[in-house]
Design a binder for this molecule. Structure first.
Ligand code: ZN
Length: 403
């Protein structure tokens, strides 16, 4: 980080009654999605001087993105660069006094819950229902507020979600709920990458909606001012903008039902400093047993599962991917033989490991190879009930974010 003694925004933002320059400088914000909304949100966060920004996106830049992405250039599309990496670099050009970290991957299978836990607020700049559901679940597990933005044509909306108050999954319509159930039951599909629910977007709606998201994020960052009632947050409310027949409105929008699978808060997390995603299964099981002082340990694969065998139902031909379930579509697509077979519904059977214990046949694989990301939190079943352990050895990889 640049140690120049210029304090970003000192002469400008100090004029705002609510703005605390050190609070903003120390803030940690996770932006999931670096498309149209993500570009605008990231730009605003950098201009405000938010000191630590993590960007997540699995996608690469295409020419069509250039029409509504202020941070991308033609050469990025030419080179097919990753959105997250380019966005993180460009906002440091805007403001060199911030720390950024890019994760070119999936919000659930490539981002550890340890990182979610360290954030002050999460911004969802997403374009699919499945990705929003995953982000809702992860943010709740980590106990974090998340601000969702959505755009379509010349309209858009912003919603704030927080555990015990307002839940994205509870707000789904019956139709969305049944679509979701159908998709959740479809094994072998990388859900986040689905185009279901995607709509056309414009640079104008992206600017407006992302601006409101960032304003809401600034409120969450200013925790004590928020508690003192200096702000009214959008939690349980919806900001709606309509551009064709100009109108903005704030609507009450809070849904919170019993028995929703999103309402999980992972508490009493044990940070284990000798445990990381590069630890082998065998070692990890031993370490967890000893740290938790239990005899029986089962790692529950909550975000990804592990697939060792694919078998064609027609002729029992076997393939051995040895990969996380989220990587199976890629594995199939890369093989000419397999991609023809999988074209038929149910043509392939996959053997999936949902829980990892002493019986797991590949104890020398690392947790990473099973599909567990760096700095994740694992849900563990023990004879005493559930426990949660964090892969704290991996925190080292992110240390520049928290300097
Ligand atoms: Zn819910």
């Amino acid at each position: 980080m640049n140690t120049n003694n210029t304090t970003w925004g000192k002469d400008v933002f100090s004029l705002l009654s609510w703005f605390k320059i050190d609070t903003v400088k120390n803030a940690k914000v996770l932006v999931v999605g670096a498309g149209a909304l993500g570009n605008e949100a990231l730009k605003n966060l950098a201009l405000f001087g938010v000191g630590n920004i993590v960007v997540v996106d699995f996608d690469k830049i295409e020419y069509s993105n250039l029409t509504r992405s202020v941070l991308f250039r033609e050469k990025d599309a030419e080179q097919g660069n990753y959105k997250a990496a380019v966005a993180a670099e460009r906002i440091r050009e805007i403001n060199p006094y911030i720390n950024t970290y890019a994760i070119c991957g999936n919000l659930a299978t490539d981002v550890g819950l340890g990182l979610y836990r360290r954030m002050d607020v999460v911004l969802g700049c997403l374009d699919s229902l499945m990705a929003r559901i995953l982000l809702n679940r992860l943010s709740f597990r980590a106990g974090k507020t998340w601000i969702d933005g959505g755009i379509g044509d010349l309209e858009g909306q912003v919603n704030g979600f927080r555990l015990n108050e307002n839940c994205y999954e509870c707000s789904l319509t019956d139709e969305e709920q049944s679509d979701l159930e159908a998709r959740m039951s479809c094994a072998g599909v990388s859900h986040e990458n689905e185009s279901f629910g995607r709509v056309a977007t414009t640079p104008v709606s992206a600017s407006i909606i992302a601006a409101v998201q960032v304003q809401e994020a600034m409120k969450v960052i200013h925790e004590s001012e928020l508690k003192n009632g200096e702000f009214t947050p959008l939690i349980g409310k919806m900001f709606h903008y309509e551009g064709l027949h100009p109108a903005t409105s704030i609507l009450d929008f809070a849904s919170y039902n019993d028995n929703c699978p999103s309402h999980e808060h992972w508490e009493n997390i044990v940070e284990i400093s000798c445990l990381g995603a590069d630890t082998t299964v065998k070692e990890a099981l031993q370490i967890i047993k000893s740290e938790l002082n239990v005899d029986s340990v089962e790692i529950n694969m909550r975000n990804d599962k592990f697939v060792d065998i694919l078998e064609a139902r027609s002729d029992n031909q076997k393939y051995y991917p040895m990969l996380p379930e989220s990587k199976i579509p890629e594995y199939i697509a890369a093989s000419e033989e397999l991609s023809t077979r999988s074209f038929m519904e149910g043509a392939l059977y996959q053997r999936v490991f949902e829980n990892i214990d002493d019986e797991f046949p590949y104890p020398d694989l690392t947790l990473k190879q099973l599909g567990i990301p760096y700095w994740d939190v694992l849900q563990i079943s023990t004879e005493k009930g559930y426990a949660y352990v964090e892969l704290f050895a991996d925190a080292e990889r992110f240390k520049h974010l928290f300097s």
